[in-house]
Design a protein around this ligand. Structure first.
Ligand SMILES: *Cc1c(COP(=O)(O)O)cnc(C)c1O
Length: 644
C-alpha cells in the first residue's frame, strides 16, 4: 500500500530531481539534508514559522551553504574516481565561475570546502576580479580570467599575480596579448600565466548551443592561435603560455556532444604542446548540467548523464588523445558553476489567493421568457451534456459564445444577457472538461481547456526577480508545497506572480515524461498560509533577477543543519520600499520633501487639519523601510472549486 507521502513524493518527482538532498518528513513537511541521504534534516515549514516570529515574512530565500560544499565534494569525488580508474596522470581542479552567483556567502563556502582540493576561482569582469583578489585561496589553486579585457583589467591581473595569486589571463582576442606583453616588460616578480580560449568546431546541445561552434562570440580561431604562439615566441615569453580553454555552453544536456568537444579540444592541446608550448592545464569550461526535472534525458531542463559519467568521459577522452599524440596528460581545470550552486538556494513564498480568469457564477442563473436564443441554447447544452456528447456540445458552446459576442457588439443584447451567457458557457466547459478527463483518450483541445479552467494561484513573488530564467528561457524549476505533503493534492493550478505583467506567470512544471501545464496543489483555506518552495534556484537566478515593478530582493536566511535540526545563522532583510525607489533614483529626502509639500498645500487650504496632515506624512515616511512584497500571510479566500 502506498501512503499519501509516497504518492506526493512521486507527484512532485522529489526523488528524481532532489539529488538525495530533499525529502518529506512524517509531518508531511518538506525537508533538506546537508549531504546526500544524510540523517540530519531541516524542516522548511519550521524554519518559515520561526522566521515569521522574528519578523521576516515570505518571500524568503533560504540558503543552505552546506549544499554548495556537498556538490563540491560530489564533483571532486567523481573526478578522483575517474583519474584512478583510467590511470590518468594529471590532476583535476575547479575554478568557480563567479558570474553564476557572486554572493560572498556562496563563494566563501565554496572556497572553504574547495580549498582542500585546490579549487580556485574564475572571474569574467573587473568587478568580479576585484572581489576575487581579496579572497583567500589555497596556494596551488588558480584564478582564471575570462571575458573581454582592456588594459586596466589586465593591470589588475598583474597586481593579482604580484600579490601571490596564480592568475591565468585567458586571451579572448588579440589586443589582450598586446597589453600582456607590454605590462610584462614593466612588472617585476610573479607574472600572470597566459591561456588561450579556442573556438571549437563542436557545439554543445540545449539552450546554450550558440556558445560553441564556429560562429561563437568567444575564442580564437586556428590562425589566431598560431599567431599568439608566434608572438609569444618572438617576445621570448613562451614560458607564460600555460593553459588552453574552451567552453561550449551552459546546461549541456547531451553527453555525446560533450565527448565530441573534448576530443577536439584534447587534440588542439596535443598539437600546441608539440609546438613546445609549456601548456599543462586544459580548461574544459563549465556546462555540467543540473537535472531540474529529474528525467535524466537530453531535454533542456535535464541531463542524460551523471557527474560520474561526465568525469569518466572527460578524463578518458583526454587520456586517449594524449596517449595517441604522445604528450603528457594535462591537469584538468573545470569551470562548473551551475552544478555547484543550483541546489543550495530555495525560494519560499505564500499563495495569497485564487484569482478568477474565467467567468464564475456569482448569483445562480435564472432563465427568463425573453432571454435571447443563444442564452437558451447554452442553457440547454448545460442541462443535457454527458459522456457521449461532451465533445460535440463543447463545440456547439464555442459557436454560441461567438454568437453572443457578435450580438452584444451589434447592440442586440444587454450586459445582463451577456453575463448570463458567459456563465453558462464556462459551466458547459467545466462539465465538458470533467467528462474529457474521465475518457480513455483526451483530445488536445481539452488539455488547453484544462489550462484555462484550472485555478490560478496568486503567489507572493516576482517571476522577474526570483526565477527570471523561467520567463526568459522557459527553464523549469521544481515547485511544490512546503507542508501538507501527507495529503493528496486535489487542485490543478498555475501560478501568477504579483507584478502587473502578464508574463509574470508560471504555467510549465517539471514532469518525468513531459512538461506539466498545471501543477497539483492543495485547496486554499481562508486565513491559513499555503507555502510553496521554488527549488534549485541557486545558480544564475539571483544575479539575473531584476527590479520589475520595483519588487526588490527577498528576505534571506542562511541555514546550517546539524544533529539538532536547523540553525538560522544569518538573516538579511530584503530590499525595502524606499531602497527600491532609490534604485530608480528617487532619493529619500526628495520623496519625503515632495510628499510633505503636497500635504502642506492641502493643510493651508484647509482641506486637511494639521493633525491629519501629520498623520498621513508619518504613515508615508514609515513605508520607507517596509517590505516590497504583499504583507498577507494566510490565504484571503478559500478555493472556489474546492475539489476535496
Ligand atoms: C558561464 C561560464 C561558465 C559556467 O558555466 P556553468 O554552466 O554554470 O557550469 C564557465 N566558464 C565560462 C567561460 C562561462 O562563461
Amino acid at each position: 500500500m502506498t501512503t499519501a507521502i509516497e504518492q506526493t513524493l512521486e507527484t512532485y518527482g522529489i526523488e528524481n530531481w532532489g539529488a538525495g538532498y530533499i525529502g518529506v518528513n512524517r509531518k508531511g513537511n518538506l525537508i533538506v539534508r546537508p549531504s546526500e541521504n544524510d540523517t540530519r534534516t531541516a524542516d522548511l515549514k519550521e524554519i518559515i514559522d520561526d522566521l515569521r516570529k522574528r519578523g521576516f515574512t515570505t518571500p524568503v530565500l533560504l540558503r543552505f551553504p552546506q549544499l554548495v560544499a556537498a556538490q563540491v565534494r560530489k564533483l571532486q569525488r567523481a573526478f578522483r574516481n575517474s583519474i584512478r580508474e583510467f590511470e590518468y596522470e594529471g590532476a583535476h581542479m575547479c575554478v568557480y565561475p563567479m558570474k553564476v552567483n557572486q554572493q560572498r556567502s556562496v563563494v566563501e563556502e565554496y572556497l572553504r570546502e574547495g580549498s582542500r582540493y585546490d579549487f580556485g576561482l574564475e572571474a569574467g569582469s573587473k568587478a568580479e576580479l576585484y572581489a576575487a583578489l581579496a579572497m583567500e585561496q589555497s596556494p596551488e589553486s588558480l584564478l582564471v580570467l575570462n571575458g573581454f579585457k582592456d588594459k586596466e583589467f589586465i593591470q589588475l591581473a598583474f597586481i593579482g599575480a604580484q600579490s601571490g595569486k596564480r592568475v591565468v589571463i585567458v586571451i579572448e582576442k588579440m589586443s589582450e596579448l598586446d597589453h600582456i606583453l607590454d605590462l610584462a616588460e614593466t612588472h617585476e616578480g610573479n607574472l600572470p600565466m597566459v591561456g588561450m580560449r579556442v573556438k571549437l568546431y563542436s557545439k554543445g546541445s540545449g539552450r546554450w548551443e550558440k556558445s560553441g561552434g564556429e560562429a561563437a562570440k568567444f575564442g580564437l580561431t586556428t590562425t589566431e592561435i598560431l599567431e599568439v604562439i608566434r608572438r609569444l615566441q618572438e617576445a621570448d615569453r613562451m614560458d607564460m603560455l600555460r593553459l588552453l580553454h574552451f567552453h561550449i555552453g551552459s546546461q549541456l544536456t547531451d553527453i555525446k556532444r560533450i565527448k565530441n568537444a573534448m576530443k577536439e579540444a584534447a587534440r588542439v592541446y596535443a598539437k600546441v604542446k608539440q609546438m613546445k608550448a609549456p601548456i599543462d592545464y586544459l580548461d574544459v569550461g563549465g556546462g555540467m548540467a543540473v537535472d531540474y526535472d529529474g528525467s535524466k534525458t537530453a531535454f533542456d531542463s535535464s541531463a542524460n548523464y551523471t557527474a560520474q559519467e561526465f568525469a569518466n568521459d572527460v578524463t578518458y577522452t583526454i587520456k586517449q588523445v594524449c596517449d595517441d599524440e604522445n604528450v603528457p596528460h594535462p591537469t584538468i581545470i573545470q569551470e562548473s558553476g551551475r552544478f555547484l550552486a543550483a541546489y543550495h538556494a530555495i525560494l519560499i513564498t505564500n499563495v495569497v489567493d485564487e484569482i478568477e480568469t474565467v467567468v464564475q457564477d456569482i448569483t445562480p442563473i435564472e432563465l427568463k421568457e425573453d432571454d435571447p436564443n443563444t442564452v437558451v441554447e447554452l442553457s440547454d447544452l448545460r442541462e443535457t451534456i454527458g459522456p457521449k456528447n461532451y465533445r460535440e456540445y463543447y463545440h456547439d458552446a464555442l459557436e454560441h459564445r461567438d454568437e453572443l459576442f457578435t450580438m452584444f457588439n451589434l447592440g442586440l443584447i444587454s450586459l445582463e444577457d451577456r453575463a448570463k451567457g458567459e456563465v453558462l458557457f464556462w459551466d458547459v466547459c467545466e462539465r465538458a472538461d470533467k467528462y474529457a478527463q474521465q475518457a480513455k483518450y483526451v483530445a488536445e483541445e481539452f488539455d488547453d481547456l484544462r489550462r484555462l479552467l484550472c485555478a490560478k494561484y496568486l503567489t507572493n513573488f516576482s517571476v522577474f526577480r526570483s526565477v527570471p530564467d523561467h520567463w526568459a528561457l522557459d527553464q523549469l524549476f521544481p515547485i511544490l508545497p512546503v507542508h501538507g505533503l501527507n495529503k493528496t493534492p486535489t487542485e490543478y493550478a498555475t501560478l501568477c506572480d504579483i507584478t502587473c505583467d502578464s508574463d509574470g506567470i508560471v504555467d510549465k512544471f517539471v514532469d518525468l515524461h513531459d512538461v506539466k501545464q498545471v501543477l497539483e496543489l492543495h485547496p486554499l483555506h481562508k486565513g491559513e498560509p499555503y507555502y510553496l518552495a521554488f527549488m534549485l534556484v541557486g545558480a544564475y537566478q539571483e544575479v539575473m533577477g531584476n527590479n520589475h515593478n520595483l519588487f526588490g530582493a527577498p528576505n534571506e536566511a542562511h541555514i546550517h543543519i546539524d544533529d539538532d535540526g536547523y540553525l538560522i545563522k544569518k538573516v538579511i532583510r530584503g530590499t525595502s520600499i524606499g531602497e527600491a525607489a532609490e534604485r530608480a533614483r528617487y532619493e529619500r529626502s526628495m520623496l519625503h520633501d515632495g510628499f510633505r509639500r503636497q500635504v502642506a498645500v492641502r493643510v493651508k487650504r484647509g482641506d486637511l487639519t494639521e493633525a491629519e496632515g501629520a498623520e498621513i506624512i508619518e504613515f508615508y515616511e514609515s513605508r520607507f523601510s517596509a517590505y516590497t512584497y504583499l504583507a498577507v500571510d494566510g490565504a484571503e479566500s478559500r478555493s472556489k472549486r474546492g475539489r476535496e
